[in-house]
Design a binder for this molecule. Structure first.
Ligand SMILES: [Zn+2]
Length: 262
C-alpha cells in the first residue's frame, strides 16, 4: 500500500500567525516547521503501522521548502522545493492520500489563516459550480487518479470542510479556530498521537471512503481580489473573462483545468 502525504503549514497545531509563523523571515517560522515535521512523522508512523509499504510526503506550503530532511522519518521520501512539474508530483499509482496541516477555504468564519491558494490574490474558487478550497482541489485531483483522500488534519473548520466533502474521511482537529489569527491549540503531543492513530484507522477503513470524481468537462471559476490581477491574465483557449474580477477556466478533466490556472 502506497500512501501520499500532502502537507501545508497553516493547519498545523500551534500555528496561528501568518507573518510570524508562515513566512521565513522570523525565527517563529522555523519553530512552526518543526511542529509541521512532528505531525508529518506521526502520519508516516501511522501509515507504516497500518501496513504501508511506501510513503511519499509532498511539502506544499509556500515555496515547498518547509520540511527539514534531517528531522523527517527516514522511511519517507519527500517532494521538496519550488518549480516542480505539477502540484501533486508523482501522485499516480498511490493508494491513499493523507492531508496534514491544511486550512479552511477563503472566507470561512472563525477559521485560522483561511485562504484559497493565494491569500493576497484570490477571493473564491468554484469547481463545477461548488465553492471549494484547497482540500477540495486535492480531493478532486486525487479522484482523477482513482485515489481516495482518507485523512485530514487542521483546525475545526478545515475538519468540517473535509467531512462535508468526503463524509467517511477520518479527521483530527489540531486547534479550535477563534478568528483568523487566534485559536485554542490542543496539546501538541496529544494531537500528534491522534494523527498517528487517525492515519492508522483511516488506512484500515480505506474501503469505506468515497473517491471523488468530477464530471467532464471540468470548470473552475476564480474570483480575484482586484482587477489588476485579472488584467494581467492572458485570455487564451480554455479561459473566459466573466467580469472584471472573475475568470472561468475549462478543461476536459481536473488536471487540464488546473494547468490553465497558472
Ligand atoms: Zn500554506
Amino acid at each position: 500500500m502506497k500512501v501520499y502525504i500532502m502537507t501545508d503549514l497553516e493547519g498545523v497545531g500551534g500555528v496561528v500567525k501568518q507573518d510570524l509563523q508562515t513566512v521565513s523571515i522570523n525565527p517563529e517560522y522555523y519553530r512552526a516547521c518543526e511542529y509541521l515535521v512532528e505531525e508529518v512523522n506521526a502520519a508516516v508512523a501511522g501509515a507504516f503501522d497500518a501496513g504501508a509499504t511506501e510513503v511519499m510526503v509532498s511539502d506544499s506550503h509556500w515555496q515547498g521548502f518547509n520540511i527539514r530532511m534531517d528531522l523527517l522519518d527516514s522511511r519517507a521520501a519527500c517532494v521538496t522545493g519550488s518549480g516542480r512539474p505539477s502540484w501533486m508530483v508523482g501522485l499516480e499509482g498511490f493508494d491513499a492520500v493523507v492531508c496534514i496541516g491544511l486550512h479552511a477555504m477563503s472566507g470561512t468564519e472563525g477559521a485560522v489563516l483561511d485562504h484559497t491558494w493565494d491569500p493576497d490574490g484570490w477571493n473564491n474558487l468554484w469547481i463545477n459550480g461548488k465553492l471549494s478550497g484547497e482540500f477540495g482541489l486535492i480531493a478532486y485531483m486525487a479522484g482523477h487518479y482513482n485515489i481516495p483522500v482518507i485523512f485530514a488534519s487542521g483546525d475545526d473548520k478545515l475538519c468540517l470542510e473535509a467531512k462535508t466533502l468526503v463524509n467517511s474521511i477520518t479527521v483530527v482537529e489540531t486547534k479550535k479556530g477563534l478568528c483568523r489569527e487566534s485559536a485554542i491549540c490542543y496539546p501538541l503531543k496529544q494531537v500528534r498521537l491522534k494523527i498517528k492513530e487517525g492515519v492508522f484507522n483511516a488506512l484500515k477503513n480505506i474501503k469505506n471512503v468515497k473517491t471523488l470524481k468530477l464530471e467532464s468537462p471540468v470548470e473552475m471559476i476564480v474570483e480575484y481580489k482586484n482587477t489588476r490581477i485579472v488584467d494581467g491574465i492572458k485570455i487564451i483557449n480554455g479561459r473566459k473573462l466573466l467580469n472584471s474580477k472573475k475568470i472561468e477556466y475549462k478543461g476536459k478533466d481536473v488536471t487540464e483545468c488546473f494547468n490553465l490556472l497558472f
